[in-house]
Design a protein around this ligand. Structure first.
Ligand code: ADE
Length: 229
């Protein structure tokens, strides 16, 4: 099972350069994640490469025109029997979380639309968008960082992307609990020791300690998660 991401953006290099690093970069190299960053400007249909214009009715800023986005969408879905979901990154969308990531990870292809300027002409949103996602209640300059947040979160759920099969499911939020604290060498750092139980080799006790730590941390740092069920 692999995941294909097609991103409609005015800044394809921003996506490619960032996604090609670290774990997502390895996943792309290994063919577990496919990334196709499409430049909307290539579909401007205009010798000046124009993709935005003044808002009807007046007001500040520019609005991305529907034509280039629609043509880019048609080009990337051409000949496809099953049209992939098209996710528009916007502060008006559902707030992204681990549950939404798990649901989206079941798809085999996703198209992510990144807006810029003051927004995107409403008509093309009505025509092609199936889902709207926000990454939080703040306003960014464009949808590229949000799209990469979504792609990173989904990529690590693709089987084989993380070396250790259980680590994706065990970590924070998989059961609405935060992760237990982790330690590595040295055994003592500036007078601070690693908890004895972790050096004991007693697997049942270690498991129990970790579970307790997860619950206690969640109670202290994110009590809201305990009530989410
Ligand atoms: N575009 C601008 N701000 C955003 C946000 N918070 N989430 C998703 N897309 C955005």
């Amino acid at each position: 099972m692999i995941m294909k991401f097609t991103i409609l953006t005015l800044f394809p290099e921003m996506i490619e350069n960032t996604m090609s690093e670290s774990i997502t970069g390895r996943a792309i190299k290994n063919g577990l994640v496919e990334l196709n960053a499409v430049n909307i400007r290539d579909y401007s249909g205009n010798k000046h490469g124009q993709v935005d214009d003044y808002p009807y009715g007046g007001g500040a800023g520019m609005v991305m025109q529907p034509g280039p986005i629609y043509r880019a969408y048609m080009a990337v879905t051409e000949g496809k029997e099953k049209k992939p979901r098209v996710i528009y990154m916007t502060p008006q969308g559902r707030t992204f979380n681990q549950g939404i990531a798990k649901e989206l990870a079941r798809e085999d292809e996703l198209i992510l639309l990144c807006g810029h300027y003051e927004g995107v002409d409403e008509r093309v949103i009505e025509m092609i968008v199936t889902d709207e996602l926000s990454i939080g209640d703040y306003v960014l300059t464009g949808g590229e960082l949000p799209a990469m947040v979504v792609m990173d979160t989904i990529s690590r759920l693709v089987p084989g992307v993380l070396h250790n099969d259980t680590s994706a499911s065990e970590e924070s939020f998989s059961n609405n609990l935060l992760e237990y604290p982790q330690y590595t060498r040295p055994e003592e750092f500036m007078g601070k020791k690693v908890p004895d139980v972790l050096l004991s080799g007693h697997h049942a006790n270690i498991e129990k300690w970790r579970k307790e730590q997860s619950i206690e941390r969640t109670r202290l740092k994110r009590p809201d998660l305990l009530n989410e069920g």
